[in-house]
Design a protein around this ligand. Structure first.
Ligand code: NAG
Ligand code: NAG
Ligand code: NAG
Ligand code: NAG
Ligand code: NAG
Ligand code: NAG
Ligand code: NAG
Ligand code: NAG
Ligand code: NAG
Ligand code: NAG
Length: 496
């Protein structure tokens, strides 16, 4: 029996890989001018965001999300845990009011019960699992337990000695709770929810963790972190934290529970003590994170296993207390204007599908007017471009300049030629750009057709700029000794 059991365990040990990873976005609402639910949903749609996590179960928001195809994780806020964890009836009522009355029109796919309870509200820990069990039995009663998963997000700070990942374990204080919790997640086919913030690990490491390692930038092979026990190579902090969680679970003999990252991100602005909270770093982190997740890269311990991730967060939350960075984790401001433009080339078709790899062919700045006119004439003639919208009274007539008309015609030609190499030249007066030149009602060929609200730079739309710099030049300038030490220091756990 024992041997069969172990074999079974070994077979199950492969965390299942039947689903592709997705990227979702958290929607915090501490904004002085919080957009209406309808506005939020239109932003989500225009950005092709198909998975969101709410921090509550706001009725208006759930109604606005109905029939949109967007998958929703709702949350039980910590302040409701006590009531739910103490009463099966309260839990059943909660499910009835917040889930059953919206599902399936609103595609609620999971419930995150409390948030970081063990690390931030340890007094509520005893009611956490009862709350989850009561909520689950209400889902079972409605026969929704396979459509809607239940879990609880943990701070990665409950994982101790996370470097090297193979030595990680959950803070033993919580073993009496973690063991039955993991049993519950396992028996309900759920997943471990984990908040992963390489930004904080980097900040707290006092320089031991290189910025490039936190930002998923390539490290020289000899500088990569190698787990001495498993010989697995780690190229970024995110993977190391996720693997630490896998190892911490397997230390408690749970080897088949997948991980979902409920929060990860990087702030775009900080105060003087937060010099790495910059727009560039936030852009690099989130762009690389999205590509990493959507590529189904998995982690060194479980290559190819989906680690779906919700980015923290949709909006900058100006009302959040604390340092400047606290208010600047968002991808958008409250008007839906992107804080920065993500670099998503090559991330596949899930996000901003309509603009993936979008490039436009336009008149080169400073090009000779006569040559431009000649190229324009050629495009609308022998080039067979439909230039009817450039006629007076038509959508792209204004502004009536050679540059503007040529740009439209060049782009149409480039598009018609399948954007093939060499089709955006026009004797050197044309050039490729990632900026959508559409204006007013003049929609450029290949544009997603967006106008107005989100025109000037769709944050989740790709640009062709690569963020993956070569082996960071900062690196080569630093003393080598530091990096000989790096391997040792990194794994000695001195900074966590
Ligand atoms: C809801 O989401 C799940 C998970 O992605 C999907 O399988 C299901 O088809 C969706 N349901 C509807 C009604 O869209
Ligand atoms: C809790 O309520 C559900 C119905 O919502 C019921 O099926 C279940 O047995 C109850 N559990 C307990 C522990 O009372
Ligand atoms: C483990 O958790 C307990 C309870 O929250 C806490 O007091 C203790 O500091 C934690 N240990 C470490 C090493 O973080
Ligand atoms: C894990 O399983 C091993 C082998 O069966 C056993 O010796 C060990 O006590 C188990 N650990 C826990 C925490 O249950
Ligand atoms: C994507 O995955 C492949 C293997 O599946 C890997 O070789 C490649 O490095 C990954 N790319 C990124 C950007 O993570
Ligand atoms: C986007 O560009 C990358 C490389 O530039 C390419 O591998 C990928 O296939 C392109 N995707 C689409 C949808 O064209
Ligand atoms: C991408 O867009 C095309 C055309 O707009 C659509 O047919 C396709 O289903 C979309 N794919 C995804 C993954 O959204
Ligand atoms: C552009 O905006 C106008 C007015 O806001 C709207 O009527 C039109 O449908 C929009 N066009 C597209 C392609 O979204
Ligand atoms: C985007 O458009 C808004 C309003 O049209 C404008 O205020 C803002 O400066 C623009 N941003 C960029 C980066 O062009
Ligand atoms: C792309 O890179 C060029 C030069 O490297 C830079 O001037 C430009 O601002 C970048 N564009 C975006 C959208 O980041």
């Amino acid at each position: 029996m024992k041997i069969i059991g172990l074999l079974l365990l070994a077979i199950l040990a492969a965390v299942s890989a039947d689903e592709a990873a997705f990227i979702g976005v958290n929607i915090g609402t501490s904004l002085s001018d919080m957009p209406s639910p309808t506005q939020v949903v239109s932003l989500l749609k225009s950005q092709q965001i198909r998975h969101v996590r709410l921090y509550d179960s706001d009725r208006a928001m759930l109604l606005a999300l109905a029939n949109t195809g967007i998958r929703v994780t709702v949350s039980v806020p910590n302040d409701q845990l006590l009531a739910i964890g103490q009463s099966n009836l309260t839990a059943a009522n909660w499910v009835s009011r917040n889930i059953l009355s919206h599902y399936p029109a609103t595609n609620i796919t999971s419930i995150s019960v409390g948030t970081e309870v063990l690390s931030t509200l340890p007094n509520a820990a005893p009611v956490l699992l009862p709350a989850m069990k009561f909520l689950h039995s209400a889902l079972v009663a409605a026969n929704l337990q396979s459509q809607i998963k239940l879990s609880t997000p943990h701070s990665s700070s409950i994982i101790l000695d996370s470097f090297p990942p193979s030595q990680a374990f959950f803070n033993r204080t919580w073993d009496p709770l973690m063991v039955p919790l993991l049993q519950f997640l396992q028996s309900t086919n759920s997943f471990l929810m984990l908040n992963v913030y390489p930004y904080y690990d980097y900040m707290q490491s006092n320089g031991v963790i290189p910025l490039d390692y936190a930002l998923f930038r390539p490290l020289p092979p000899n500088k990569e972190a190698v787990d001495p026990n498993t010989l697995l190579h780690y190229t970024n902090v995110f993977d190391a934290i996720v693997d630490a969680a896998y190892f911490a679970m397997s230390y408690l003999n749970f080897t088949n529970i997948p991980i979902q990252v409920t929060e990860s991100g990087w702030p775009s602005k900080g105060d003087s003590s937060e010099p790495d909270a910059t727009s560039d770093n936030a852009n690099t982190y989130n762009s690389n994170l999205i590509r990493h997740v959507l590529n189904n890269t998995g982690t060194p311990k479980h290559p190819g296993i989906a680690v779906s991730t919700y980015i923290y967060e949709l909006y900058n939350e100006d009302l959040r207390p604390g340092p400047v960075s606290e208010k600047n984790w968002g991808l958008f401001d409250s008007n839906g204007v992107p804080v920065y433009t993500l670099h998503l080339t090559g991330s596949g078709t899930v996000l901003a599908n309509d603009t993936t790899n979008q490039t436009y062919c336009v008149a080169r700045e400073g090009a000779d007017r006569k040559m431009l006119q000649a190229a324009l004439d050629w495009a609308c003639g022998p080039g067979k471009v439909d230039c009817s919208s450039l006629l007076q009274g038509q959508a792209c007539y204004e502004p009536d300049t050679v540059v503007s008309h040529a740009s439209y015609a060049f782009d149409a030609y480039y598009r018609r030629m399948g954007m093939a190499d060499g089709t955006c030249d026009f004797n050197g007066v044309a050039t490729i750009t990632t900026t959508d030149q559409s204006h007013g009602s003049c929609i450029f060929p290949g544009s997603g057709g967006r106008n107005g609200t989100f025109t000037n730079s769709t944050s989740l739309a790709p640009s062709t700029n690569s963020t993956v710099s070569g082996c960071g030049s900062e690196f080569s300038r630093l003393e080598d000794l530091r990096y000989v030490l790096f391997g040792l220091l990194l794994w000695s756990g001195v900074f966590l």
